[in-house]
Design a protein around this ligand. Structure first.
Ligand code: TXA
Ligand code: MG
Length: 340
């Protein structure tokens, strides 16, 4: 766990422009001084991420949001009041002095105040609490996000670029923050760019108005690419009614099959599985274990990870979104495996 010395060292390294991975309640972030363009550029290099993808700036609870943005609309104040500190990122118009590097050249900035005590302690100590830490999830571009310090280590094993990994235990939420775009309110209203633990319904309830789904002109968000959050093993989403049949066909075709189940099945085929996990039956507990279990199943040398399709209700929106992207080529994967 984190000591005062760990935190002091992290602050020193960050103020020198180095990269430090740190825990948040959603996933671990790969942090750099948001006002140091070279430090931010190092994040992109370490992750192997395209330069034009913006990163989220994390700020302390006491930070002055007006330092970062050009005008803070009432909608932002309402959402901040309701959900900060917590797993909500707001996209707002960027103040002129905030470097281009954090926003991938867009005129906005993504801001989030995390609730994780270690993240808060770090942010309070960094630049006396007035700085910002640019931090994407601490994984290689397109991979599964890390929810433990060990996951971060696994991602950046031989990476001299990551100077320190601050350990804050397992992330509570387990999937990335909900992202709401408030930078185009006059023309588009509030737009949900990425679903998460804080649901569309909760946002609408607090705002008293509809939150739209992203449109073609919505600001870029890499977590919204079709293929993302993917383990190395191919993943396919399968409806519960087809699960037994597909497992049987795959095993007959000589494939090693891993399964992420949602319901506690009496699967006829369970004996033939390479490995399986049954995740929580509530979205909150499912999200908590999702990435850790995906990583574990990625290590069992299976040919394919089958994921049981989840309920269509809005409470599952965040988890469904991640799994759809992890399994972006379900049909193709199954066809290739079954030789059809
Ligand atoms: O929970 C989280 O949000 C985690 C933790 C570390 O805070 N961070 C995270 O960062 O998921 P990342 O970079 O993996 O995903 C951030 C998403 C990206 O899809 C990025 O494109 C989008 O936020 N984003 C950041 N700033 C933006 C901006 N100014 N406009 C549009 N999208 C933005
Ligand atoms: Mg990410």
């Amino acid at each position: 766990m984190t000591t005062q010395e760990d935190l002091a060292q992290a602050v020193t390294l960050l103020e020198q422009g180095k990269l430090v991975a740190f825990p948040t309640e959603t996933v671990y972030g790969l942090g750099a001084d948001a006002e140091n363009p070279q430090a931010v550029a190092a994040i992109y290099t370490a992750k192997g991420r395209p330069q034009n993808h913006p990163v989220i700036v994390h700020i302390a609870p006491e930070a002055d949001i007006n330092y970062w943005v050009q005008g803070c609309p009432a909608e932002a104040k309402i959402l901040i009041q309701a959900f900060w500190p917590g797993p909500l990122t707001l996209i707002l118009k960027r103040a002129a002095h905030i470097p281009d590097a954090v926003s991938g050249g867009q005129d906005t900035v993504g801001l989030r105040c995390p609730s994780h005590p270690v993240a808060q302690a770090l942010l309070r100590a960094f630049k006396q609490g007035q700085g910002g830490l640019a931090a994407p999830s601490a994984n290689k571009f397109g991979h599964v996000s890390p929810t433990t310090a060990a996951h971060v280590q696994e991602e950046f094993r031989d990476e001299a670029l990551v100077a320190q990994i601050v350990d804050g235990g397992q992330s509570e939420v387990g999937i990335e923050s909900t992202i709401v775009d408030l930078s185009r309110l006059a023309t588009h209203g509030a737009v949900l760019l990425r679903p998460g633990h804080i649901s569309q319904e909760q946002l609408e309830q607090v705002l008293g108005s509809k939150v739209a789904a992203p449109d073609v002109n919505a600001p870029r968000a890499s977590g919204t690419l079709e293929a993302h959050y993917a383990p190395s093993t191919p993943v396919a989403l399968v409806a519960v009614t087809e699960l037994d049949l597909i497992i049987r066909q795959l095993v007959l075709a000589g494939k090693k099959v891993a399964l992420m189940a949602y319901l506690p099945h009496q699967l006829a085929q369970v004996e033939t599985l390479q490995a399986w996990r049954q995740l929580g039956q509530e979205p909150v507990s499912y999200a908590h274990d999702l990435y850790a279990d995906l990583r574990e199943l990625d290590h069992v040398m299976a040919d394919i990870i089958l994921v049981e399709a989840l309920p269509e209700s809005s409470a599952w929106q965040g988890v469904r979104d991640r799994l759809r992207r992890a399994a972006f080529d379900s049909q193709g994967v199954l066809q290739r495996m079954l030789g059809g």
